[in-house]
Design a protein around this ligand. Structure first.
Ligand SMILES: Nc1ncnc2c1ncn2[C@@H]1O[C@H](COP(=O)(O)OP(=O)(O)OP(=O)(O)O)[C@@H](O)[C@H]1O
Ligand SMILES: [Mg+2]
Length: 260
């Protein structure tokens, strides 16, 4: 069964076809990889799915419901969460406050009032704190609750980004480069977390440039180039696909090393 379907989606930015009649399905329970050279439209696809900006044409179906044009926080409420390519934590707030504000923010409440009444919120909403602590403990960040987010290592900040999306108990999680720039030890930890979430039934869509990781980690892979889906299939088949090899070799030298 498909939990998410992207149907014929296009998005233009001043003449740049960031997405060009792109279609694919995400099966319930799978780990789906989204790969493609720089600028091929991967992040734009996540932004289109989560209504960060309106698409020009096409449809997005989540769990059988047409969510095209639905507000971002409503999509989160429907069970689809995401992380961003660049870390979006509040560096001067504690780890716990980042967890709690994420819960509020994702539900579309205004951010600044939440910041000002946060002590009050924390007293009232013990249940939410308890849940946030449980989530932090899963990734061994429980003891860092009162630490400012900026004092965490880069890898820990990436972990926190993932863990704070879980407060809404998503059915499907979109991860935009969750291990980019992270050291090997933390990479392992982040991948273990993603795997364990998937084992518990969460569907994962992951964008990453590390081809070794993607080939071993994903059940299936979709390849994008110039805003189009150029291939979809099992990792072993994707590795041999001519169109894919050409996309990675086609004049863009920076991508050659990735695809070995
Ligand atoms: N908000 C925007 N305004 C204008 N152009 C944009 C915007 N977002 C993306 N683009 C353009 O759309 C194209 C696709 O960009 P996108 O960020 O989706 O690529 P990507 O596959 O995520 O690349 P990377 O692997 O480098 O993260 C690029 O040409 C980019 O410059
Ligand atoms: Mg991107």
């Amino acid at each position: 069964m498909n939990i998410l379907s992207v149907k014929n989606v296009s998005k233009n930015f001043d003449g740049v076809h960031a997405l060009d009649r792109c279609s694919f399905d995400v099966c319930d329970g799978e780990i789906l990889g989204l790969i493609g050279p720089n600028g091929s439209g991967k992040t734009t696809m996540f932004n289109a799915i989560t209504s960060i900006y309106p698409i020009d044409r096409g449809k997005i179906i989540l769990d059988g419901e047409d969510i095209t044009g639905t507000k971002t926080h409503e999509i989160a409420d429907m069970g689809l969460s995401r992380t961003f390519q660049l870390i979006r934590l509040f560096p001067k707030l504690t780890v716990m406050d980042n967890m709690l504000i994420a819960q509020k923010y994702v539900h579309g409440e205004k951010l600044w009032p939440q910041l000002f009444k946060k002590r009050h919120v924390m007293n009232e909403e013990k249940e939410k704190i308890k849940k946030a602590k449980e989530l932090l403990n899963i990734v061994n960040l429980g003891h860092k609750s009162d630490e400012l987010a900026e004092n965490l290592s880069y890898g820990q900040q990436k972990l926190l980004e993932i863990i704070r999306t879980l407060a809404t108990e998503p059915k499907i999680l979109l991860l935009d480069e969750p291990i980019a720039g992270v050291n090997p030890t933390m990479t392992k930890e982040i991948l273990n977390l993603i795997k364990s979430l998937n084992k518990k039934g969460m569907t994962i869509v992951i964008i990453e440039h590390n081809m070794n990781v993607m080939m071993n980690f994903c059940d299936r892979i979709i390849v994008m180039d110039y805003g189009k889906e150029i291939a979809a299939g099992k990792p072993a088949d994707i590795k041999k696909n001519r169109k894919v090899i050409e996309a990675y070799l086609g004049g863009r030298k920076s991508n050659i090393d990735e695809f070995k």
